[in-house]
Design a protein around this ligand. Sequence first.
Ligand SMILES: CC(C)(COP(=O)(O)OP(=O)(O)OC[C@H]1O[C@@H](n2cnc3c(N)ncnc32)[C@H](O)[C@@H]1OP(=O)(O)O)[C@@H](O)C(=O)NCCC(=O)NCCS
Length: 135
Amino acid sequence: MFAWRNDALTRAMSLDPEPIAREAHERWLTQTLQDPSRTLYVAYRGQAKVGMCRFDRSEANGSALVSINLNPAFRGQKLARPLLQQAMDLFCQTHAGPLEATVRRDNPASVQVFTQCGFELRRAEGELLHFVHTP
Ligand SMILES: CC(C)(COP(=O)(O)OP(=O)(O)OC[C@H]1O[C@@H](n2cnc3c(N)ncnc32)[C@H](O)[C@@H]1OP(=O)(O)O)[C@@H](O)C(=O)NCCC(=O)NCCS
C-alpha cells in the first residue's frame, strides 16, 4: 500500500499529491487499523494484492467516504469495478447509510468505475466531482 500510495498516477489523482514518507505511512496505517470509523479492505487475486478500498464513516451524517487504489501492476484490466463492488457489498452488510466519493474531473477511469457501481454525480466543485450512492 505504501508503494501504491506513492505511485505517480495515485499522487496525481490524490487530494494531497505530495509523496508520503515510510514512517508517516506506517503511523497512518496503525491509526487506520485502530480507528473504528474506518474500514480498509485489501483485494487479492490468489496470493497477489490487487488493490485496496477504504470507507471512512462520518458520525455527523451517517455517510461513508469511499476511496479506491489499485496496485499499479493490476491497472487497466477492468479489476477496479469488481473490487469496488465487492468492497461495497461487504461494507454495506453493516452500514446502511449513503456512500460518497470525491473524484478528480481528470480521472475518467475512476469516474467510470464509481458510476458503474451506482454512484451518481451530485455536484462539481472546480477540479473535483462529488458522487453519492444511496442505499
Ligand atoms: C482509478 C482506478 C482504481 C481505476 O482502475 P483501472 O484498472 O485503471 O481502471 P479499469 O481499467 O478497470 O477501467 C475502468 C473503466 O474506465 C474506463 N476508462 C479507463 N481509462 C479511461 C479514459 N482515459 N477515458 C475514459 N474511460 C476510461 C475503462 O474503459 C473502464 O470502463 P469499461 O469497464 O466500461 O470499459 C486506478 O486507475 C487507480 O488506482 N488509480 C489511482 C488512484 C485513484 O485514482 N483512485 C480513485 C480516486 S477515489
